[in-house]
Ligand binder design. Structure first.
Ligand code: SAM
Length: 241
């Protein structure tokens, strides 16, 4: 059975994501720019942050590049991902291998908080909706006053037609990325691999407006979807003072 554990704890899949997919995500540069703009305005000097489902730490490392005095905790349940993050991070980073599916993950980080910023990239959509909402509450509790939470996430489309539009854009983006890197694969081959990718079955996508409503109910302010193209959304909010 394909689930988030069989997918992300598989070394080959994790490496394939980092080497063959991450760089092809449409508007990935813009997503990080907007994330950093919001963080820089909400918290001009970040001291402590969390990166949940960090992969190779791409989001947390971008915070460190703009906030050199910050310290980050990188959380993931995949040893392959944690190893990749360790190779790319420096002494300002700490790594915790734990599963966000259970509230116990907070015990490993609580003493290092409260946090100014908590980010997550394309990870929380692997959790069931009830657990997503619980996790957002845990994030709220771990943030300090005026701390900011930003979730760069794969969200559901409003219709099958829009889902197809998203998927075709992603295939175009993958094809262009692999061509730039010298691949001879045809668009048809790239599309075939994309549509049969194992992590698709491990996705539990939720609408961004529903997730923003959860954040408001929990008590976040300035909640919004700050950037969205089809199924790729950057949303979040700030903890009140
Ligand atoms: C698509 S990758 C994204 C990695 C990185 N955040 C990025 O933006 O490139 C999803 C990551 O979430 C991690 N992940 C998925 N489910 C998780 C869970 N329940 N607990 C901890 N990490 C999880 C995976 O191991 C993987 O590193």
């Amino acid at each position: 059975m394909v689930n988030t554990y069989t997918v992300w704890k598989n070394e080959d899949h994790s490496k394939a994501f980092l080497e063959q997919v991450r760089g092809a995500i449409p508007f990935s540069v813009e997503q990080v720019e907007i994330m950093l703009r919001i963080i820089g305005t909400a918290v001009p000097q970040v001291r402590r942050f969390l990166d949940l489902g960090c992969g190779d730490g791409i989001l947390g490392r971008s915070i460190l590049s703009s906030h050199p005095a910050a310290r980050g905790i990188f959380v993931d349940f995949s040893e392959t991902m944690i190893s990749a993050a360790k190779r790319k991070c420096d002494g300002r980073c700490e790594f915790i291998t734990t599963d966000l599916a259970h509230a116990e993950w907070t015990e490993a980080v609580r003493d290092r908080g409260p946090f100014d910023v908590i980010v997550s990239g394309f990870a929380i959509h692997h959790l069931p909706d009830t657990r997503k909402r619980e996790l957002y509450q845990e994030v709220f509790d771990l943030l300090g006053p005026e701390g900011v939470f930003l979730n760069l996430e794969h969200v559901s489309s409003a219709s099958k037609w829009l889902e197809a539009l998203f998927e075709e854009q992603f295939v175009d983006s993958l094809f262009a990325y692999h061509r730039r890197r010298g691949s001879k694969s045809s668009r048809e081959q790239i599309a075939q691999e994309f549509y049969s990718r194992p992590d698709k079955k491990a996705n539990i996508l939720a609408p961004v407006d529903v997730q923003c409503a959860w954040l408001r109910e929990i008590g976040f302010q300035d909640v919004d979807c700050y950037f969205k193209v089809f199924e790729l959304a950057l949303f979040g909010g700030r903890k009140p003072r």
